[in-house]
Design a protein around this ligand. Sequence first.
Ligand SMILES: [Zn+2]
Length: 76
Amino acid sequence: MTVPPDGDAHVEPLLGAYVLDALPAEEAGAVAAHLRGCDSCTAAYLDVADASSLLALLTEADLAEGLGQDEPPGPA
Ligand SMILES: [Zn+2]
């Protein structure tokens, strides 16, 4: 088991915001530092980053199409 460099708690709850670049710089730095020393959080980060990059590839049209599958086609 890997010990986090500063003994801090794991950063998994912050990874979503970290991937979206929504954390304050200080917190993002702490997350980055933790990831360098924690294999399990790095694995979780890669999962989140992968999902995030896949979402970024979707266009609004793709999302609308996916969401509208059960809707009747087009407005009257
Ligand atoms: Zn961790």
